[in-house]
Design a protein around this ligand. Sequence first.
Ligand SMILES: Nc1ncnc2c1ncn2[C@@H]1O[C@H](COP(=O)(O)OP(=O)(O)OP(=O)(O)O)[C@@H](O)[C@H]1O
Length: 647
Amino acid sequence: MDVRPVDGGVTAGTARPPTGEPCAAGIDEQAVFGGQPQAVKTGSLAMLRELPGAIGQAVGLLWTASRGLTVTVLACQTASAALTGLGLLAGTRVLTALLAGGPTPQRITAALPFLLLVGILAGTRGVLTAAVGEARARLTPRILRHAHDRLYEATAAVELAAFDDPDWQQALSRARQRTLPALELAVAELLAVVGAVAGLLAVGGILATLHPLLLILLATSVVPHTWAAMRAARTAYTGEIPLAALYHRQQLIGDLVTGRPAAAEIRAYRAERFVLAEYRRWAEAVQHQRRRLELTRTRTTLVGRALGGIGVLITLAALVVLLNAGVMPLAAAATAVMAIRSGQASFVQLATTANRLYERGLYIADLRRFLADSHARPHPPGDPMPRDFAAIRMDEVTFRYPGTEKPAVEGIDLTLRQGETIALVGENGSGKTTLARLLAGLHQPTSGTITGGPAMHRLTPGDLRHLVGLLGQEPVRWPLSVHDNIALGRPVPHPSALDQAISDAGADEVIAALPHGRDTLLSRHLHGGADLSGGQWQRLALARALYNAPALLICDEPTAPLDARAEQRAYDAIRRHGARHGATVVLITHRLTSVRHADRIYVLDHGRLTERGTHDELMARNGTYAHLYRLQTTTRPSPLPCPAQES
Ligand SMILES: Nc1ncnc2c1ncn2[C@@H]1O[C@H](COP(=O)(O)OP(=O)(O)OP(=O)(O)O)[C@@H](O)[C@H]1O
């Protein structure tokens, strides 16, 4: 029994593709295919055991998509196979009539009704096949839509921490890349399995009626074909795991070569030859793997066909013996030959498609596991918080990202009062963004408590949207209209909210220059769309953060891409927002001249709060803050006047 992985990786022991040859020169297979995949049994016995479950899953999917169409499609497929059997029986009657004694016109006349029946059966079968095709064409998009819906719904509802969990990320990528395409194929394969089983039953019935020995002859002739078909299908599946991983790498590089984001840098660094060489390396590995798979498949099929030929010879010889012995009439023998050939085709179809359907079942089970895992990690719901809050208090808060040992922030004690402006400063990686996300309730502490504030675990997502505005370092560039980029589907808090947010953020100048104003689509990939510079996007993002008049405004490096005038205007807007709405502002920036008038400044070092106080207190203390501040103000001039200096 084979034990194979199914999640895009292979175990160290099975890292090599099926032939056991190396993957391709210069490619580290372990690095490509992954580390600790989950092993799944895909041997023949396992397949036979698990197949009913896989069929049940596929039928369940069809049933969910449409009960009526499911019944139609399965009934038509079964009826179509039954008609094949009836056609064979009618054919026997035609042959019997034609081979009987008497004048030819009389024999033809006797055969005519059966000939007509053969024609009618063939025609009806054609209609049923068309009906199956039609029902399938209507079912498949429904199934895909349903599965996509559930995947996106579960992903949108999952807690933020899941995105930092490599296991969840891998499961998501597997579900998107492999399960969804597999669903479409599973529908076709389920129908093929049903058709093959019904066809086999019909053929088996006919052969048993003609002579029970014919059933054994059928089995003799199909075993080699069936073995080859199953083996080829399994080879394809196991070989596609490394192939998918290699193809993914090829695509990543291919996207860099053909995509706009990397185009300038590739040219500036003269990296054209390097990226092309890298692309070719992966493309060659993909080609190599494909060739190997094809070779194995061809060899297996050849062996199967050769052995199948021997089986057919044995069958024919046995039929001749039966004829000679007078056990079977000639017409029955001719029908037996046709029935055996039809049975062979059904067997091979059954072996191939059942094997594939089982494999699709593995992918579908992946999706189910992913959905279950995602549903187990929802945005924690809770009691709605009042729109205003008196304070947010953190006690001994520690947070570790999933799969990491070292805490990103550790032992944080901090109280943030309504209407205050605080600043988080510290070197790269010291934990500022993580702490801000904890304050916003986007992460839950690994240990310690956050109370009194708009922590997401105590709020529904809808409540949170009223409380927190988040202006990040790299705001999302939604390929939507300017209006939607700012409002993001949130209800209008007051009639002039949009105008005010746009004007406060300095986005009015940006919008004025766009061809369709607020209706302009912001993506050059869309017809009639426009794109913005980094600073212009940032102004829209500030408008997005201010739009809903949040009680807690978190600004993480809000002005890095802005020009001096826009930076000044942005800080003015943030300050004005705090004053107008009594909002609390958390400011994260490396430009220390911008934070000196904050109510309190917190200094983070390796995830711990090491200093806290006003600018003057921290300067007097002469610690890290004072050192960093002097470094900035003495070695290079401040890029702009401190916004607070003006007020
Ligand atoms: N998604 C993540 N998964 C694992 N570790 C992370 C993740 N994001 C951040 N970290 C780690 O957490 C620590 C704190 O990161 P954080 O982004 O909070 O720092 P920061 O002070 O905001 O840095 P910067 O000034 O560079 O923006 C860093 O050591 C970082 O490597």
